[in-house]
Design a protein around this ligand. Structure first.
Ligand SMILES: Nc1ncnc2c1ncn2[C@@H]1O[C@H](COP(=O)(O)OP(=O)(O)OP(=O)(O)O)[C@@H](O)[C@H]1O
Length: 700
């Protein structure tokens, strides 16, 4: 029986077509299931470079180009184009088997030949070439053919390589682009999803090559499936994964594993597919968890799209980590009464006065969480020994004794009045789970792992028995925006060598990514596993406008310009819901919201649901994990970013000062990398020192 595949690039083009033509394409290619080669009316193309490329009539105007391997019954739809263009495309292109990963390579030899002629002169006059640092043998091992190699050797600028995307094989282009972005041949090799040892692939067996190209060819399960795909275009990540994403999501691990990578590199998508894979395996309940309830609800929405049967859906719970803690706690003790932050600060203040301490209630509030609870300190002796790096001010031994007395009083008081905080609920839930061998989950998948506190990690560790495929962790420490810096090992999670880094950004344009990355230029960030995290090789294939930076004399001028910018985007066809606005403080977001509302622009919050078609506005912290076509980051002035209150003075504690500045940079980095197409950054007065310094900017 014939089987149809559709190439990802073709699918993207079809998704952009009007519904009637999409349905017509669905009807024509739906026949592949029953058809035999002879009855398909696959027309041969005269003068074709590759006689396995045929065309099929869709209607009077459109034709499809199909790869019809000589053996086997696998047909792959590569293009749908106007009649003449379809023939021209089929005449020019060749299909081969990639020597590195065994997938199909589609390329345009004539265009490659012409381009080579165009760059040769420049190459002769230039001393440095783009790939001087890579040997021929490495390029060949990475699947670069002799024609592409000859071309690659003449490249002097990355712009020439970018142009070549139009005619090189996509896999070979990815290899070259990765090397040009600073990846080592080994990193590119693993990015290709190749095994450690090269495999021999039959260069003539295109049918098998198509089957292996699962990251670029969607194999359709019958006509109904095809019509469904064409009726409702969907996010491509539901079916296509980068080979490395696929590997990460489908591997079997002997213990905890993790995926890291810069913003927009598909970590959440890998986590979603991992959860689905585990649900399909059906070994027991799967928990997919993250930091905030907003992110959990977004994951829940995407998980529902990915799971295929009610049985699979029943096996996966999507909860944020506090919800997990509250469930476990409530089952044992009933619902806890949570102490509000203002109530808690009031208690700290009173207890500090009682013990004649001049330490502020906020300091005690943080000290309790970041030192006492984080390190499970239960005695004065342990507190005297506890690490306090990054805490903002040193404490002499005598002061530590005093702080411990206040902490002791505080914990006694909580017990007495039977009040809880989210942290104590989490600690208690961890204890309850530690006592039982019957764990609630067989597998746990964690997204946005970089912001989990040590208390939350201990809970997660206790919620699943140690063993194969127990924990899968996705996160990026460059996006850490809260205070905790736990080491996974210290909280009992040993990921050993089971860690993979994704580098290809699917969300952001190369311009926005470069602008954002330059903010983190000299910043050294840990990887939660006692080493430094890398961001080298993080790259995007998509180009767009440079981020727009604008300074204004007053806050009102800045807000009015924001309204004008949003109007301009909407007039250019961007839906209000595709626009996100972020500021560092609630006050700035409130002021911007008020003006937008007054000017008649629909405005909602950052929550994914219930917003209607409104511009979504919130704090930079709230932007975590989200994405928008257009993003405006406002109030990026020297006094607002970073806000003085968020940074320990260097005179008080140098380490804490550096750490605070780093965290604040990450907050700005997270908000700017939420933009898919356009990024607008504004301030009033002087600009923030965090902004990339590569160009002179107008200041007031
Ligand atoms: N294989 C893929 N093919 C197409 N699109 C993808 C793929 N993987 C991810 N994407 C898209 O890229 C965007 C970013 O993906 P995702 O949210 O998983 O990245 P992330 O690494 O978790 O990002 P961040 O850390 O910045 O929150 C999303 O729009 C997602 O749909």
């Amino acid at each position: 029986m014939a089987r149809l595949g559709i190439h990802i690039e073709c699918l993207k083009e079809v998704f952009r077509m009007d519904a009637p033509i999409r349905m017509r394409i669905g009807e024509v290619f739906g026949k592949f299931e029953q058809a035999t080669y002879a009855s398909l009316h696959l027309e041969k193309v005269n003068n074709a470079r590759d006689d396995r490329l045929r065309t099929v009539r869709v209607d009077i105007f459109w034709r499809g180009v199909v790869l019809a391997p000589k053996g086997g019954d696998n047909y792959t739809l590569l293009k749908v184009l106007p009649h003449d263009d379809a023939y021209r495309w089929a005449e020019r292109h060749k299909v081969e088997v990639n020597a590195a990963n065994g997938c199909i390579d589609i390329w345009d030899p004539a265009a490659l030949h012409d381009a080579l002629g165009e760059i040769e002169d420049e190459a002769r006059e230039t001393v440095r070439h783009l790939f001087d640092h890579v040997s021929d043998s490495d390029l060949v091992r990475l699947g670069i053919t002799k024609e592409t190699l000859a071309f690659a050797r003449e490249l002097t600028r990355v712009e020439q390589l970018e142009t070549a995307k139009a005619f090189l094989s996509a896999t070979q282009w990815d290899v070259l682009f990765g090397l040009a972005a600073g990846m080592t041949p080994e990193e590119v090799w693993s990015d290709l999803g190749c095994r450690a040892e090269p495999e021999p692939f039959d260069p003539e067996d295109l049918s098998s090559a198509v089957m292996r190209t699962s990251d670029r060819v969607l194999l359709v399960d019958g006509p109904a499936d095809l019509m469904k795909i064409f009726r409702e275009p969907f996010a491509l990540w539901r079916v296509y994964l980068h080979p490395l994403q696929y590997q990460v999501a489908h591997a079997s691990y002997r213990g905890p594993a993790r995926v890291t990578g810069g913003p927009g590199t598909g970590k959440t998508v890998a986590a979603l597919h991992r959860a689905k894979h585990l649900a399909v395996q059906n070994e027991g309940p799967v928990l997919l968890t993250t930091f905030t309830s907003a992110l959990a609800s977004s994951l829940g929405h995407d998980m529902a799209l990915l799971l295929e049967t009610p049985e699979q859906a029943q096996r996966v719970s999507v909860l944020n980590v506090d919800q997990v803690a509250h469930r476990v706690f409530t089952e044992r003790h009933g619902r806890p009464t949570i102490l509000r932050k203002d109530e808690e600060l009031e208690i700290w203040k009173r207890l500090a006065i009682k013990r004649n301490s001049s330490l502020s209630e906020q300091f005690l509030y943080d000290e309790w969480r970041q030192v006492v609870l984080a390190q499970q300190v239960t005695s004065a002796g342990a507190y005297l020994q506890a690490k306090r790096s990054g805490r903002g001010r040193g404490l002499r031994a005598q002061q530590r004794v005093q702080v411990w007395e206040i902490v002791w009083d505080f914990q006694q008081e909580l017990r007495l009045i039977d009040r809880w905080t989210h942290e104590t609920v989490c600690v208690e839930a961890g204890k309850i789970l530690a006592e039982t061998s019957e764990k609630p989950y067989r597998h746990i998948v964690v997204d946005e792992a970089q912001d989990f506190s040590p208390m939350q990690w201990r809970l997660i560790r206790e919620a699943v028995a140690e063993g194969t495929d127990d924990l899968f962790v996705a996160g990026d420490t460059h996006q850490r925006i809260y205070h905790y810096h736990p080491s996974l090992r210290e909280v009992g999670i040993d990921i050993g060598g089971r860690s993979v880094r994704l580098t290809l950004n699917y969300r952001t344009t190369a311009e926005i990514l470069a602008w954002s990355l330059s903010m983190l230029h000299d910043v050294r960030i840990d990887d939660m596993n006692e080493a430094l995290e890398k961001i080298a090789g993080c790259r995007s294939h998509v180009h767009g406008e440079k981020p727009l930076e604008r300074g204004f004399p007053t806050p009102l001028d800045e807000r009015e310009a924001l309204v004008a910018q949003i109007r301009e985007w909407i007039e250019a066809g961007v839906e209000p819901r595709e626009i996100g606005v972020a500021a560092r403080s609630d006050i700035l977001t409130r002021d911007a919201r008020e003006l937008l509302e007054r000017e008649g622009v629909p405005v909602g919050t950052l929550a994914r649901t219930g917003q209607g078609n409104a511009v979504r506005i919130g704090t930079m912290h709230g932007m975590k994990g989200l994405e928008f076509r257009c993003v405006a980051v406002i109030g990026v002035g020297e006094n607002q970013v970073p806000p003085a209150r968020a940074v320990t003075p260097v005179t008080e504690d140098e380490n804490a000062h550096v750490r605070d500045l780093q965290r604040e940079r990450c907050v700005l980095f997270v908000s700017s990398t939420r933009a898919r197409e356009r990024l607008y950054v504004s301030w009033h007065g002087q600009p923030s020192a965090f902004l990339p310094m590569d160009q002179p900017r107008h200041t007031w």
